[in-house]
Design a protein around this ligand. Structure first.
Ligand code: NAI
Length: 801
């Protein structure tokens, strides 16, 4: 047979190599040695390390390992550039972003080749996915810059943003970070990952070409220590990080108490659910994209395959067959599906996890395909016979390894899918639109793809639930995370009132053992309220509550760890509140307000008793509390999502969802409104709450249980635990059953809460000893707390026959 006839028989691909020459020439133009890009200038290379080509393990260039002094210089440059950049008109900033988009497009092939050389990803992906998405991001955000004032009235940029990115999508992650930050008027210091700094350096050159004002974008290279120096720099206003959950937690702890803004986009173990009515061939093609795209080094990779039992066998046969046709090879070959992993250390990490998976009982399948000798290449792999408790089913492998399990019912699929500490993405395959749209809201993940996978677009937010992090990138949500209310920058510390000698702190003693037996006002200890019932404190201790003149006006339980545990359990049991129709939630909030109003005189007297203020002022506080409940009743069915139109035959439904169980620790002042102002937005948005009222004046909230009981609030939606705020705050912040925590109080407790929240990466809002005037309707009756009480899930739904 002649050669052509043979090729017709075998249908083998020939090599289709892309030349590395232009990228190598670009590197050579810098003598293959790079400094940082600070204040619009290149610094001299300092102490350097090698950046290798993972396909050959040969060095491509020498990169400077940034020191603390380098970081400081870059932050200073960004600070110096901030005033002019942030006050430039949105139109002018937009033009710079537009210029960056155009220049990325103009040099797209150079960027693609350099990215593939540096990272090992197939050129097909860098050329057709990464770089076009980079340009799209800058275009999209050029528009946001111009419409900022209209769309985000009263919002201002943070200032200097420190941005730290990983190696899996080097330039794309840069674009996700820099485009919204610049559009909002921030200046940035960005540190690329040590394995993949080259396209960020080429981007610096693009910034020069776009004549971006010096210091607006600074690129500083280095290892983890350089990143840490950026995180810890006192003059950085916000940190945006993408990378491992482990480092994300370190950064959360490092920023605790600093007031720095923080967004974290971390790891995942995303489920890929195939129902028995799925178009199996399409689902398998989707799976190839889900787990072998970028060698599986994708935070949202569909790495946990969940197949309905009735089609499992057939599906796996087809999948294995498809795996045989995957081509592993030179990343610069345009006909290659799987390139090189990023570095030898990553290959070792993946191999290690696979070994563990097999040792724990998994069955490994690797197709009989050729892989190049030398370089960081691995065969695609599938592990079956895996139990949910196995390491490979729970840990992020970040390599070309798929783990498979089966399920019988949709309920089981949801339970398995959510059985992870992560919550970044999920995929559903089913031809039944009713089933798919029923499952999507039940999945705890920031992105859900129906009959598709790994779709991304600048107009559609991306980001995680749970330990996959918080904050969104892309879309309006992404813009919001680079802005803050202007007034928040001008907050002053709470002025601590001169210590009254008459009013002692609440004191603790065994229940019933009243010190002042003669006092008529103490007839009983106000109970806590847990799971719809009054509850005595586990400790058996109570705290006496004093009027400003020192007389004892009541007692409340001294809550402890066990009371918190019971309250969190009750709140978790009430998570169905989030799926209660928004209309019903609104009705219940209105009812709460109405019932509180009926008893306003009694509540006003109680406020006056605790604070010593005039009756008129106490009445005003009750009226404001009723109004606040009405305000959020009004929001319950209005603060909702959007439908995006990404440039593909897909719609992305941005659903606004509750976060989960929220812990709320009310401020010391305003005994009633302080609690209601925080409680109302949380429950309006569907979050069950554990509420700790003001430590000094808790009686207005303990009185509230009767109002709650008469207002049809389901059991467990509002739980009240009294006691010492700082101690209860710490317990709540450490509790893995709490998904978000808000604290209005002193700076030290705020820092302790943020520190303790790292365990499950709960979302936090703390007032850090600053005075937030919660009575201010303009500031607090709308978006401010609503946004913090919700998270956006984007559900991608394809259309067309
Ligand atoms: P990493 O999280 O250590 O690195 C990401 C970035 O953070 C890099 O720029 C690094 O220099 C920087 N960094 C490291 N330590 C830091 C610190 N203490 N303070 C500030 N910045 C710091 O990720 P790594 O080690 O490269 O990969 C380890 C594993 O992490 C992977 O196997 C994978 O499982 C996961 N990973 C997940 C990513 C995701 O997007 N979800 C991305 C990269 C890695």
């Amino acid at each position: 047979m002649n050669k052509i006839a043979e090729i017709f028989q075998s249908l083998d691909y020939g090599p289709a190599p892309e030349s590395p020459e232009p990228a190598l020439a670009w590197l050579a133009s810098y003598n293959n040695k790079f400094g940082h890009f600070i204040a619009g200038k290149w610094t001299k290379p300092g102490k350097t390390f090698a950046s290798d080509n993972p396909a050959t393990n040969k060095p491509l260039a020498e990169i400077t390992d940034g020191s603390k002094a380098d970081v400081d210089k870059a932050v200073k440059a960004a600070r110096a550039a901030f005033p002019a950049w942030s006050t430039l008109s949105g139109y002018e900033r937009g033009k710079y972003l537009y210029a960056l988009a155009r220049l990325v497009q103009k040099h797209s092939r150079l960027f693609s080749v350099l990215e593939s050389l540096d990272n090992g990803k197939p050129i097909r992906e860098s050329r057709d996915i990464d770089i076009p998405l980079v340009a799209r991001h800058f275009y999209h955000h050029a528009g946001w810059a111009q419409h900022l004032e209209r769309e985000f009235p009263g919002m201002v940029p943070y200032g200097v943003c420190g941005q730290i990115i990983p190696w899996n999508f080097p330039l794309l992650m840069l674009a996700w970070k820099i485009a919204p930050a610049l559009a909002a008027g921030n200046t940035v210091v960005l540190k690329p990952a040590e394995f993949t700094s080259l396209t960020a350096l080429l981007f610096a050159e693009i910034c020069e070409k776009a004549k971006l004002p010096p210091g607006v974008v600074n690129i500083i290279t280095g290892m983890g220590d350089t990143g840490a120096a950026l995180v810890n720099h006192p003059d950085v206003d916000k940190i945006a990080f993408t990378g491992s959950t482990e480092v994300g937690k370190i950064i959360r702890a490092a920023t605790a108490g600093t007031g720095k803004g923080l967004s974290l986009e971390l790891g995942g173990k995303s489920p890929y659910i195939v129902f028995d009515d799925a178009d199996i061939d399409s689902a398998i093609e989707g799976l190839v994209d889900a787990i072998w795209f970028n060698q599986g080094q994708v935070c949202c990779a569909g790495s946990r395959l969940l197949v309905q039992e009735s089609i499992e066998e057939r599906f796996l046969v087809k999948l294995k067959h498809r795996m045989l046709t995957l081509r592993v090879g030179d990343p610069l070959d345009k006909a290659v599906d799987i390139g090189a992993l990023v570095a030898p250390v990553q290959v070792a990490r993946v191999k290690d996890l696979v070994k563990k998976g097999v040792a724990e009982g998994g069955q490994l399948y690797e197709p009989d395909v050729d892989i190049p000798k030398g370089g960081c290449f691995l065969k695609p792999a599938l592990i079956t016979h895996v139990a949910p408790s196995n390491t490979v089913a729970s840990e992020e492998i970040f390599g070309p390894v798929l783990v498979e399990m089966s399920f019988r019912t949709p309920e089981e699929a949801v339970a398995l899918a959510n059985n992870t500490k992560y919550g970044l993405a999920a995929t559903i395959w089913s031809e039944n639109i009713n089933l798919a749209l029923d499952i999507a809201p039940k999945l705890k993940a920031g992105v859900v793809w129906i009959n598709g996978t790994n779709n991304f677009d600048a107009a559609v937010g991306f980001g995680g639930y749970k330990e996959s992090g918080f904050g969104r990138e892309g879309g309006k949500e992404g813009m919001a995370s680079y802005l803050k209310p202007k007034w928040e920058k001008d907050l002053k510390p709470v002025s601590t009132p001169a210590k009254s000698t008459k009013a002692p702190h609440p004191e603790v003693r065994p229940q019933g053992a009243s010190k002042d037996e003669g006092s008529e006002s103490i007839d009983q200890t106000a109970k806590m309220y847990i799971g719809g019932k009054q509850a005595r404190p586990d400790s058996g201790y109570s705290r006496s509550i004093h009027a400003p003149d020192g007389t004892i006006i009541g007692e409340v339980g001294d809550g402890n760890r066990k009371d918190i545990r019971n309250a969190v359990e009750a709140a978790r049991a009430a998570l169905g509140w989030s799926t209660t129709a928004a209309h019903s939630r609104a009705q219940i909030l209105y009812f709460l307000g109405e019932n509180l109003e009926y008893r306003s005189e009694e509540f006003a007297r109680r406020i006056r008793e605790q604070t010593g203020e005039s009756l008129a002022s106490a009445q005003k506080e009750v009226a404001a509390s009723v109004e606040r409940l009405f305000a959020f009743a009004g929001w319950a069915d209005k603060y909702d999502g959007a439908v995006h139109n990404p440039p593909s035959r897909t719609i992305a439904i941005a659903m606004v969802e509750a976060i989960g169980v929220m812990a709320i620790l009310a401020p010391p002042s305003r005994p009633l409104l302080g609690s209601i102002a925080l409680l109302a937005p949380a429950i309006a948005m569907g979050n069950p709450v554990v509420l700790v009222p003001s430590e000094k004046s808790p009686l207005s909230v303990t009185d509230l249980y009767q109002v709650i009981e008469t207002s049809d609030v389901p059991a467990g939606v509002i739980n009240i635990v009294t006691g010492t705020s700082a101690a209860l705050a710490k317990t709540l912040a450490e509790h893995d059953g709490v998904d978000a925590i808000w604290f209005a109080g002193d700076a030290a407790t705020s820092a302790a809460i943020e520190n303790a929240s790292t365990g499950n990466l709960k979302q936090t809002w703390t007032s850090r000893g600053l005075y937030y005037d919660l009575a201010d309707k303009q500031k607090f009756e709308g978006d401010y707390f609503l946004r913090r009480a919700t998270q956006v899930k984007n559900v991608w739904v394809p259309y067309g026959a």
